[in-house]
Design a protein around this ligand. Sequence first.
Ligand code: PEP
Ligand code: MG
Length: 592
Amino acid sequence: MADRLHKGEKILRGIAASTGVARGRIVVLDKARTTVERRELPEAEAPREIARLEAALGATRKQLQEVQRKLTESIGSGQASIFDAHILVLEDPALIEETVRMLNAEHVNAEWAFHTAAERYAGALAAMNDEYLRERASDLRDVASRVISHLAGHDNDVDLRHLTEPCIIIAHDLTPSKTAQLDRKKVLGFATDIGSKTSHSAILSHSLRIPAVVGLKTASQELETGQYALLDGYNGLIIVDPTDQTLFEYGQLVRKQVTLEEKLREVVTQPAITLDNHRVFLSANIESAANAADVLANGADGVGLFRTEYLFINRDAPPSEEEQFQAYREVAARLKPHPVVIRTLDLGGDKLLSHLHVPTEMNPFLGWRAIRFCLAQTDIFSAQLRAILRASAEGNVKMMYPMISGLDELNQANALLAELKEELRAKHIPFDDRMEVGTMIEIPSAVLVADSLARRSQFFSIGTNDLIQYTLAVDRMNEKIAHLYDPTHPAILRLIKTTVDAAHAQKVWVSVCGEMAGDPMLVPLLLGLGVDELSAAPALIAPMKYLIRRLKIAEARELAQFALATESSHDILLRCHDIVNRAAPGLFDHQP
Ligand code: PEP
Ligand code: MG
């Protein structure tokens, strides 16, 4: 099918991120915003440009003051004072004088003049030896981009609320915060130039059930708003101007999928038990309390990963303890007695919060992320831990820490948790003192000390998205090296086996909550390696269950033995396909 091409069509090939087919008009986002344009204007327009500049500076100041006010309310004036430096940039006489001079002397547009003046200063600051001054360069650039956005008449985020007709969104990148804003009624599908299967935007598209293709490299440059296209989220394609024949073939694929989904619905209320009676726990990954309704409806046994970061994004200030408590409580109470594993804040990497002023990093995935951020920002962390503890009184709540690299981090987090429990006890605030606390295993160092971690954890959850990224040194966001992102690499399988063995030796159960868990082709392999629970997007639970009910754990164990003794990841994958296609023929064939 990959070679299909009917006359008059144009096909762009990327990486399939979320299944489904969408047809509609394209809207290309943020094409015009990658560069600041220089426009020469008549001399007489200089006063108008100066007035526009003043208005944009005023609007930016108001915006920053508002962010600062909200931040002060929620986490105190310490953090919020960061914005003083930003506001000062707006009042910097040298920067403003230089911009006005250019407007009067060179007769250019205000965007260009301000951008050029700000870059001149930022470049000089960035070259300084002093770390403090270098950081001011990033403040300056941050503020400059806000001012330029105001001048250009849009705010800092692509505003997806202005979509009037259902469409297919094409963007260079959709950050997780932008993806979280997508409205299923308006967005039929989306496609991006960058990213891979495990970038967070791709992960979110599953939860939103929006067909998606990522890693298209140049789609946002090649495509134009208004073109008609078909997006194939099964095979990672965008077909521009599809012919009637193509539309007909895809119509058939969609009909086949509908029949299949009806068949899958039958297993929703049945347990995930293999033909030889091995019970598997299937849990759902969710991003917000609103997703709680999808969990049991799709046949999951509970929540295996609640990514709490999404409570923190698309807003001007972090959520208060009370707001978090309400969100966690709602999910716990709704799903009671089923377990809900709440993961503490994993911000950083590709999930950035504008309001927390995390400076731009050279290697964000190796940087100030997840537990590292939380252990440094104990106000934010403590508020979250208290909210989770309080919610534990309302249901079957468990909690886990992301990005643990070794024992120290786990001990520090647990020490803080113990202090907060004391505090709640003293105030007679109820919580479940026996709430299980687990460790995410997603850094190779954690696997190598898994025996120590297992002695201090009630469960493990293997985050394969990061474990693969860090073990194989393959950036999970980078489409250029997506072919090297290899879940069946023998190194990965050995790490999973080591983790399972270390955990089981201490009677600690093991879940897998990365995207690998929801890939039906890899389900038998993970079960054969001894994993107790698989956690994936709600939409993936039914096919996983359907498959498990047609498998024997004995053959899954044989497969794992074969895999652990095999050197070629390709051979391992072929054997996985054999087993799955024998157990569920045709189930995972999505060719039109
Ligand atoms: C993982 O790394 O596999 C994981 C589940 O966490 P996230 O994708 O949110 O980094
Ligand atoms: Mg992770």
